[in-house]
Write a protein that binds this ligand. Structure first.
Ligand SMILES: [Fe+2]
Length: 280
């Protein structure tokens, strides 16, 4: 592992992908770091972890900071999603259970390039709740050629009917990043036996029904392979910027009522990427 530095802070590659910047002086404001350089790192490594810096005092400050990265993706609730367990969750986002792999903005007019996460409160070390990220360009690069040929034939259709998240989206499983390299867009079905609020309707076409079990099995094995998947254990104050064009992400279950509180903002690309998968 090689380390270098950025403005005197230690920069370390992560495994199996991503890059981490540790504050040389704990409490240095995140806002003091050069955003242009951070953006380059997030694009090159697909995930950037800023640890030991002083984060944000409230959602307003996080939104103001994220706007320095690019145009914000706006939602009916505003720019900042408060990811915290609700007493009586109306959607799986506000539950404590497992969330399968997916990409963000699949039902929006424009697809966010970056997710900026801020950890307001981390769950305890034994409480679970890691966010999982899979580097899909690497999955395809290292895939068994026969598996990849199968995945390339399949198209996913996803439909949800929930306030703020409703819509329909149709996307080939293997598609192209705006920079021209192949990536995977796939919303993983919930495993049998898992409880899940508002599961989308899923339909996969392009190959015969009899090949679909093999499709899901080989693709999920590759997406969860530790060579391509990173599970982030949150620490209070962490800031993570993730490349939503290339990665898929999900959540491990966590102990109900543990103090897990994340904030998330979407930053659009330059120019913003129109969501061609959306059924209008
Ligand atoms: Fe998500």
């Amino acid at each position: 592992m090689t380390t270098s530095d950025l403005c005197g802070h230690r920069l370390t590659p992560m495994e199996p992908f991503g890059i981490r910047l540790d504050a040389a002086m704990p409490g240095t404001p995140v806002g003091d770091l050069p955003v242009d350089r951070l953006r380059e790192l997030a694009r090159e490594h697909h995930l950037l972890l800023l640890r030991g810096f002083r984060g944000f005092d409230g959602a307003g400050e996080l939104a103001e900071y994220s706007a320095r990265w690019g145009e914000l993706g706006m939602w009916p609730y505003g720019a900042v999603l408060e990811l915290v367990e609700h007493d009586d969750p109306e959607d799986h986002i506000f539950d404590h259970r497992y969330v399968p792999l997916h990409w963000d903005s699949m039902y929006r007019e424009q697809v966010a390039e970056f997710q900026v996460f801020h950890c307001v409160d981390a769950p305890g070390a034994q409480d679970g709740g890691r966010t999982t990220f899979t580097q899909t360009e690497a999955v395809l690069r290292q895939a068994d050629p026969a598996h990849r040929r199968l995945w390339e034939q399949v198209t996913g259709r996803y439909r949800r009917a929930v306030t703020d998240y409703s819509g329909e989206c149709v996307s080939p499983v293997v598609t192209t990043h705006p920079d021209g390299f192949p990536v995977i867009r796939y919303n993983e079905p919930v495993p049998p036996g898992e409880e899940f609020i508002n599961h989308p309707e899923l339909e996969f076409t392009g190959v015969g029904e009899e090949r679909l079990p093999e499709f899901h099995r080989t693709l999920q094995a590759a997406l969860h392979d530790p060579r391509h998947q990173y599970a982030h254990a949150w620490r209070t104050g962490d800031v993570v910027v993730a490349d939503n064009y290339t990665l898929l992400h999900g959540r491990e279950a966590f102990a109900s009522r543990s103090p897990r509180h994340l904030q998330r903002v979407h930053v659009l690309g330059t120019p913003p990427m129109e969501n061609t998968a959306l059924v209008r």
